[in-house]
Design a protein around this ligand. Sequence first.
Ligand SMILES: [Zn+2]
Ligand SMILES: [Zn+2]
Length: 250
Amino acid sequence: MSPVLPPLVKSFKKGTQAVLDVLFPRNCLACNGLVSEGLYRYLCPTCARRIEIIQPPCCESCGINFEGDVQGTRLCPHCYELTPAFSCGRTGFRLSGVGRQLIHTLKYKQGSYLLPDIQRLVCTPLGYLEFLEGAILVPVPLHPRKERERGFNQSQLIAEWIGRSCQGVSISNCLSRKRDTPSQTKLSRQKRQANVRGAFMLKKGASIDTKSRYVVVDDVFTTGATLNECCKVLRSQGALRVDVLTLGHG
Ligand SMILES: [Zn+2]
Ligand SMILES: [Zn+2]
């Protein structure tokens, strides 16, 4: 929760921001137009509205919204196939258009400056605050080589930014990658599952508190194979409640 600031500090901050905005004008990530109004720092109001935010009813497992009427089933066909090791999942927006650009920039173009916008986009409107309350967030680990190359782990940054506004949330880096798996982006559903099978382990010295609820955090949910492997490790170590959270789905 953001601290309550006295009015003088607030107006000073606003004034400083206004000066900074003149000196360093901000451009919209998607249309490159100047951003001078709206909720976001790097998305103009028009482009922000183009992000396909997930609206219920949703698949209980991966969080994707159903199209059309839903009767009975609460799992999407892909989650039926996956037989998930996690119970519930939330996802923020569809991985298309501006939403895709947001994650692509965060991940591949050193876009950590987008994190406050991402936090604003998903935390309150999508009920992430309630979903994460009291949970231990576990970012999907990158292989150390990949993390060195990229300079950061995007799942770690997402967990930190989303977690900081939630009550009683902590972050645990209790998982590690056993092997450096090839990128999943061009693989089929079956090959993705085989690619990451057994790729994760509990870090040496880490332990699981069986009374806690764990939420594994990743940037995107594609087939769920990577998240599922992480959840399997937590379950095999005794975690009873394991859920997942991603920013994008697609
Ligand atoms: Zn724009
Ligand atoms: Zn699903």
